[in-house]
Design a protein around this ligand. Structure first.
Ligand code: NZQ
Ligand code: ZN
Length: 390
């Protein structure tokens, strides 16, 4: 490993189909007022809301509800949540939902006591809260596997008015204090969202894996996670009620983006930058946005990072190298990736998720470009990748 780094992850995890029973003890560590953020109603339909509210009541908490946190949460909704939090003297923000609700809760927690323009400061200027700024504690009860938001400090918010989606990774003060991961809670996730989550996980690993050429323990961990995900995704797509597969997917999602496998690496994240902009224009599930440009992106990256793509083909997809050139091995790896994506039902083009040719200039404009991974892309390269993905 050539990089220099520090590692600290303060999130305590409770995992498994009995994990919710630990909520009550955890609640004892916080004051009486809990802001309960949740989404568009799935938690009411599947009964998880009732279970959580019963525990909050048993623990004697006053619940301040903030429902309707939409998928890909908007700036407008963020303003609303901050207002509610400011009016209610909150002691703990409890996120009940997928990555959108977890991200949103961290965004509220970071902004409640910031006196200036939080959107500009944290998301547009990418600043961290000052050392003496008060932040609210956040905890998550996760209902969908994918983002890793349950154990990281990421917050992705969409400014719908300006068709601009942007993430900010806060420092570790904004990581959830604890997260409850019950794989059984993910069983009611609609099939398309389950698939989007699976590709989101895969792409988080790839974004970190496809950078640098040194022999790095992080890459061996990444390969193991990808192999586990490929195996479990095939099972889950055939039988979404397979607990073992769904629990592996949930656990892999957490480790795919809790900073561990990025240690010592420069990382890439350009598929995410393009994917976020596609999401702002199409409102398609996040993982689908990533999938829809991945083939064009990685075909291009392969030329600059050939030896890593050879390793990906052999170690992740079991491509036999005998008699093949490096280019052929790497290409076979990408074909295996594409076949797996087709097999599990992911979109391979941006037109499949509602993008049209006239959106390409806007999507390009909304894509944040920087030197990353194996390439230093300019806006004209983004346009080409989008055109190749039509
Ligand atoms: O709103 P409800 O009714 O709850 O429905 C949700 C939503 O429509 C539904 N759902 C979730 N759990 C369910 C369920 N439906 C039935 N049963 C359940 N158990 O699924 C839909 C999608 O949920 P959402 O939270 O939007 O999905 P996801 O977890 O993929 O989160 C996406 C957001 O996370 C951001 C994305 O950009 C996007 O805004 N990301 C956050 C990251 C981070 N914090 O590090 C990194 C990622 O790369 C990503 O950018
Ligand atoms: Zn993602």
């Amino acid at each position: 490993m050539q990089g220099n780094f520090s590692y600290y992850n303060p999130t305590k995890l409770y995992f498994g189909d009995e994990s919710l029973k630990f909520l009550k003890d955890e609640l004892n560590n916080y004051g009486p007022v809990v802001m309960l953020n949740y989404g568009g109603g799935s938690v009411k339909r599947n009964g998880i809301y009732d279970q959580v509210v019963a525990i909050l009541n048993e623990a004697g908490k006053t619940i301040v509800e903030n429902p309707g946190v939409m998928s890909n949460p908007t700036l407008e909704k963020l303003h609303e949540g901050i207002k509610i939090a400011r009016e209610n003297d909150i002691d703990l923000i409890l996120a009940l939902g997928g990555g959108s609700v977890c991200d949103y809760s961290k965004a509220v927690a970071a902004s409640v006591f910031y006196e200036g323009d939080y959107w500009s400061q944290f998301w547009l200027k990418q600043q961290q809260p000052a050392a003496d700024q008060r932040l609210l504690p956040v905890a998550c009860i996760l209902t969908m596997a994918g983002t890793g938001s349950e154990m990281n400090a990421g917050t992705v918010i969409t400014d719908a008015e300006h068709t601009f989606k942007v993430g900010h990774v806060f420092d570790d003060r904004l990581m959830p204090k604890f997260s409850i991961l019950n794989p059984r809670f993910t069983m009611t996730v609609p099939e398309n969202q389950m698939k989007a989550g699976i590709y989101d996980i895969m792409n988080h690993i790839m974004e970190q894996y496809f950078s640098d050429f040194d022999d790095n323990t992080s890459d061996y961990l990444a390969e193991g996670l990808m192999r586990s995900l490929i195996t479990s995704s095939r099972i889950a797509v055939k039988n979404p009620q397979d607990y073992e597969a769904r629990s592996n997917i949930m656990w892999t999602a957490t480790w795919a983006l809790n900073t561990l496998i990025g240690l010592g690496k420069r990382e890439d994240w350009m598929v995410h930058m393009i994917g976020h902009s596609i999401g702002a224009w199409t409102h398609a599930p996040h993982g689908f946005c990533l999938a829809s440009v991945s083939m064009a992106y990685y075909r291009r990256a392969m030329k600059f990072g050939l030896s890593k793509f050879v390793r990906f083909a052999e170690n992740v997809w079991n491509i036999r190298p005998e008699g093949l050139t490096d280019e052929q091995i790497a290409e076979a790896g990408l074909v295996a990736l594409k076949d797996w994506m087709s097999e599990i039902g992911l979109p391979l083009t941006i037109s499949e998720i509602g993008a049209t040719a006239d959106m390409i200039p806007g999507i390009t404009k909304g894509t944040i470009c920087y030197p990353a991974g194996y390439m230093d892309l300019k806006p004209e390269d983004i346009t080409e990748i989008l055109q190749e993905s039509m």
